[in-house]
Design a protein around this ligand. Structure first.
Ligand code: ADP
Length: 542
């Protein structure tokens, strides 16, 4: 082999903050503080604080390379600093999901063996309560808190003290791109949560991936509102990609309600905003009641669950905001696909364009995808056949932390099994039709619960719908639908099945039964939890 003669310049995250400090020293992270005021910090200043913090992690807290350091915080400048300072000291930034229950949280802290945890003062009582069962943590660092705070935690430090004690000329300890930089556990709807362990290299390449024009296309002129929490799926990579591109980053703190989000967006003329569909649904209704101009947004990035086509349409026609549907997973750092239109869509009608945008989109450069049948045979990209979606790429997990590489999650030929079931169109647009564990298989045929749900929520009596599999002697499984009706409405099986038939669904897809519920069960990350519905059925709830 003739080796190329190019530098092995390491893909380490210190380069992101150093670049921003040099080239964009006056660009800012803007945080809505707990008291509601806005705090501004330039990247020039932030870089100094991060070096100090990295140094204090070593010198004051005794953090060693490879140690796991937890964060329990909202999106704010301190959390952003930690995203750089912990990996900068060659340690692993472990973002803890504040929406887990106590058992799960203690489990992941101890499984990761977090040595230190940084706690946002606004979440201190919650952390004290939830993490009480964990045993690995040796020190806690508090921020957004008064010095005379009462706490049951042992060995407490204050964030600003660490920064004061640290060395501004710190030499970064992250010298090898293969070092672990961060970790995040999946919510674990089945079994214990599992940890994705990112490297500097994978995170760096993901950062490029997010920034590229065919993905979010981030640039120095952007102001990015990161609604997606830093404690879930690394805030979709925006903390790194935003800083590297020299954009301003707007951090909402705990103010994730529609009203403050609308206010911030207008005030700071946000150009890119990222969050889950529920957030944007709330914002849309808020703006109907209290109009504000949010048309500066050029990309409303939506993922985590499917963006309803009707909501995309409402944003584009009524609010003049372009929606960018995206799909990803914690195990994928997380970005996998985005659904932007391509030049060959130019002649489509607006309705057809929304059909394309309702799909999860094409793989961004850096991610390979395939769909496979149950025997593992690859299926064609014909937009029809549904198969398990498998991925590989520069920022995809190859194994879970401290778990054996099981065939349930990784194929022998090196692909990650996403657990999503999808079709691929000939031009490469992926459409999720289900999760493997939520599939309904009736008489050997797959029925897409997601397609049925999407259709059902279009009915005037239906607020939310979840279609789940019920065991059946003749067909193995049959679909049932749990419905939360709109105010004053009731669930009428015949009417709903007639409606689905009119929408073009085959007879064998129609749910065998409809049950009315006050609220659908959801996971800690807001996804429908159909396991609970199946269990309720098995326990004879209906
Ligand atoms: P968790 O498992 O902790 O809830 P993840 O963000 O890792 O968090 O969840 C990834 C899963 O979320 C995907 O496998 C997919 O099922 C679902 N998902 C993410 N984005 C979308 C989307 N745009 N449309 C439909 N489902 C999505």
């Amino acid at each position: 082999m003739l080796e190329g003669l190019m530098m092995d310049y390491q893909l380490t995250l210190d380069k992101i903050i150093e670049h921003a400090a040099r080239l964009h020293p006056n660009k800012k992270v803007i945080t809505k503080l707990p008291d509601g005021s806005f705090h501004e910090l330039t990247y020039g200043e932030m870089a100094k604080r991060i070096r100090r913090l990295s140094s204090a992690l070593e010198s004051v807290l005794g953090v060693k390379p490879g140690d796991r350091v937890g964060t329990f915080a909202w999106n704010n400048y301190q959390h952003l600093e930690l995203y750089f300072a912990i990996p900068g000291a060659a340690a692993v930034c472990h973002t803890l999901n504040i929406r887990l229950n106590g058992e799960q949280l203690s489990y992941i802290i101890d499984h990761a063996e977090d040595k230190v945890v940084f706690v946002d003062g606004t979440l201190l009582p919650l952390y004290e309560q939830l993490a009480a069962g964990s045993t690995s943590v040796q020190a806690h660092v508090l921020f957004n808190v008064d010095r005379d705070v009462q706490t049951s935690l042992d060995n407490v430090y204050f964030y600003e003290d660490l920064i004061e004690q640290g060395d501004e000329n710190y030499q970064w300890a992250c010298t090898d791109e293969r070092m672990a930089s961060a970790m995040c556990y999946t919510s674990g709807t089945t079994g214990n949560p599992k940890g994705a362990l990112y490297s500097h290299r994978s995170t760096f390449l993901h950062t490029f991936g997010v920034m590229q024009a065919n993905a979010m296309g981030l640039g120095e002129t952007d102001t990015i509102l990161a609604v997606v929490p830093q404690f879930h799926a690394m805030s979709w990579g925006l903390p790194y990609a935003g800083v590297y591109s020299g954009a301003n980053l707007l951090m909402p703190g705990q103010f994730l309600q529609a009203e403050p989000l609308a206010e911030m967006t207008e005030k700071y003329r946000v150009t890119v905003a990222a969050g889950v569909p529920t957030i944007w649904n709330g914002l849309y209704h808020e703006l109907k009641n209290n109009p504000r101009d949010i048309s500066t947004i050029r990309a409303l990035v939506v993922g985590g669950s499917a963006m309803p086509r009707a909501l995309t349409r409402a944003y584009e026609t009524e609010l003049n905001v372009d929606v960018l549907h995206a799909w990803g997973m914690t195990e994928m750092s997380p970005i996998g696909t985005v659904s932007a239109l391509m030049s060959h869509h130019a002649d489509l009608s607006t309705e057809e364009k929304w059909d394309v945008k309702a799909t999860q989109g094409y793989p961004v450069s850096g991610v390979d995808m395939r769909i496979c049948d149950e025997e593992g045979n690859e299926l064609p990209w014909d937009g029809e056949q549904m198969g398990e979606l498998q991925v590989r790429g520069f920022w995809v997990s190859k194994q879970y932390y401290k778990l054996d590489k099981s065939a349930d999650h990784f194929t022998a030929d090196g692909w990650f099994r996403t657990g999503d079931v999808a079709t691929m169109s000939p031009d490469g647009y992926m459409r999720i039709t289900d999760r493997t564990k939520d599939l309904v298989k009736s008489g050997g045929e797959w029925i897409s619960s997601v397609d049925l749900e999407n259709a059902l929520i279009g009915h005037e009596d239906v607020m939310e719908a979840a279609v789940f599999a019920v065991p059946d002697a003749r067909w193995a499984e049959r679909p049932w639908a749990a419905i939360t009706p709109k105010d004053g409405a009731s669930v009428d099986m015949d009417a709903l099945n007639q409606y689905l038939t009119a929408e073009g669904f085959a007879k064998f897809w129609l749910p065998d039964n409809y049950v009315s519920v006050d609220e659908l069960p959801k996971t800690s990350t807001g996804k429908l939890d159909k396991k609970v519905l199946r269990k309720m059925h098995a326990d004879g709830a209906w």
